[in-house]
Design a protein around this ligand. Structure first.
Ligand SMILES: Cc1cc2nc3c(=O)[nH]c(=O)nc-3n(C[C@H](O)[C@H](O)[C@H](O)COP(=O)(O)O)c2cc1C
Length: 157
């Protein structure tokens, strides 16, 4: 497994699709917060998901998830997948992306690279441990994100 990037811009500038479920029933959403690193001697991907997201249910109910990155010309599609909920409409069908099975999860044909992750843990971020200005800026009105850490079991290019 090999992947080289500028970790600080990979999520922030390119954005990604976070997908969970199986090919019969899955959901995806755009994310721009996340990271890559090492935990418990494993290569890991970390993502942060509000529990109001439909994708949150799929993350909780499945052992695997994928994080996939796209060429810049797909930014508009990612923007829609990050503003509409799969709870309300078939946004994936409307996006025109082609879903494909990927290990025990799902990604899209159009992805440049997909990280297949096995969920290791979920942990709610806790306001009491945050700097006060961060808590005010991000969680004044909504509950904090849940952090999911997944072992990267495959990288598909
Ligand atoms: C550029 C961008 C980045 C986003 N990053 C995140 C994120 O890291 N975590 C999160 O919970 N929501 C994030 N969102 C919001 C979700 O993608 C959005 O609420 C989406 O509609 C949820 O879809 P779902 O309800 O089908 O899961 C982001 C949206 C955009 C446009």
């Amino acid at each position: 497994m090999e992947f080289t990037t500028d970790v600080f811009s990979q999520y922030d500038k390119k954005w990604a699709l976070l997908t969970a479920g199986n090919i019969e029933k899955f959901n995806t959403m755009t994310i721009s917060w996340g990271g890559f690193g090492t935990l418990w001697n494993k290569p890991v991907a970390t993502v942060y998901v509000r529990n109001s997201r439909y994708t949150h249910e799929f993350l909780d109910n499945n052992e695997f998830f994928t994080v996939s990155f796209y060429p810049d010309e797909h930014k508009k599609i990612l923007s829609v997948l990050g503003s509409k909920s799969g709870r309300e409409m078939d946004k994936i069908h409307e996006s025109g992306l082609t879903a494909k099975e990927c290990g025990d999860s799902v990604t899209f044909e159009e992805a440049e690279v997909t990280f297949v992750c096995r969920k290791l843990m979920r942990q709610p971020l806790e306001i009491k441990y945050m700097l006060v200005d961060i808590a005010y800026q991000f969680y004044d009105r909504e509950a904090p994100h849940d952090m999911y850490i997944g072992e990267i079991v495959d990288i598909i290019k």
